[in-house]
Unconditional design. Structure first.
Ligand code: UTP
Length: 289
């Protein structure tokens, strides 16, 4: 059973400066909730009980967000408005939060290795703190199902246009069935010419604890950072690793355009806002054509 999830949130967020100078990008709202709240909800929906944030400097607000604010809750309760925090209170009741400091942002691989003391020998999920998954079956629940069946490290993949492979970790893979692949190798942000396929990783993974052994021996790679993709490339040659094509939609909320797109898409599904927002978008038609 997968009960632990690591959510790295220690990156510098340079693509979203100046907004992210003091405010963690993971707390920027998508409509009315921080992007990280959707990610934590996705983890809980998949059966996760322990959430391990790998946090850096300026990220205390993340720990505070998932903690109780006694004065605020008392005030809301007195005025019968505690429902405004209902989703957050439910999250707090369902999951334990643990925070580990990544002293320096040395890369995603290094961030995951920081979780070693709380992961031990267990298999665990990883959800990137700035990638949103949306749709009926979110990526993590899908991966947990595959892991429960096969007991092998499994990563989510999605098809992207060849021209966009340079934004992602890309897998070389052999199909096992319509949606499942055996991973042969991986490469981080390749050029379209170098890319072994157009199967990209949207930031959702399940790992056996072997990944932590590989990470502890890993040398820095691209941009002089410890790359999770490099560790996975080593691991897939030591033990079988699977990729599962996800049907979920994916948004990169750490990128300005991705963030705007996520806000529009989530607003169009928001129960209270969708009608007014759709009418507003329709009113823009003459300005856009
Ligand atoms: P990104 O590749 O988006 O890097 O990290 P970043 O530094 O956060 O953002 P940019 O590229 O400068 O705009 C993917 C995920 O890994 C985390 C980030 O917080 C994000 O959730 N991360 C990255 C760490 O936790 N530590 C690191 O050293 C690097």
């Amino acid at each position: 059973m997968i009960r632990k999830a690591v959510i790295p949130v220690a990156g510098l967020g340079t693509r979203f400066l100046p907004a992210t100078k003091n405010v963690p990008k993971e707390l920027l709202p998508i409509v009315d909730k921080p992007s990280l709240m959707y990610i934590v909800e996705e983890a809980i929906e998949a059966g996760i009980e322990d959430i391990v944030f790998i946090a850096g400097r300026n990220k205390e607000a993340i720990e505070d967000f998932f903690d109780i604010n006694y004065e605020l809750e008392k005030k809301l309760e007195e005025s019968d408005r505690l429902d405004l925090l209902q989703d957050l209170i439910q999250i707090r009741e369902k999951a334990n939060f643990i925070s580990i400091r990544q002293q320096k942002p040395l890369g995603l691989g290094h961030a995951i290795l920081c979780a070693k003391p709380v992961i031990g020998e267990d298999a665990f999920a990883v959800l990137l703190g700035d990638e949103l998954s949306a749709g009926e079956q979110k990526a993590t629940a899908d991966l947990v199902n595959t892991y429960n069946d096969k007991k092998q490290s499994t990563v989510a993949v999605m098809e992207v246009p060849k021209s966009e492979v340079f934004k992602y970790g890309i897998i070389e893979a052999e199909p096992l069935d319509e949606n499942t692949y055996k991973i042969l190798s991986l490469v981080e942000k390749p050029s379209p010419e170098e890319a072994p396929s157009n199967l990209a990783m949207p930031g959702r993974y399940i790992f056996t604890s072997s990944i932590l052994n590989v990470l502890s021996e890993l040398k820095p790679g691209r941009n002089d950072e410890y790359q999770l993709t490099d560790a996975m490339d080593i691991l897939c040659k030591q033990e079988e690793m699977l990729a599962k094509k996800t049907r979920a939609r994916r948004y990169d909320a750490g990128d300005k355009l991705g963030y705007l797109i996520a806000n529009v898409e989530f607003a169009l599904e928001h129960p209270q806002l969708k009608e007014d927002f759709k009418n507003y978008l329709l009113s823009l038609h003459s300005r856009l054509t």
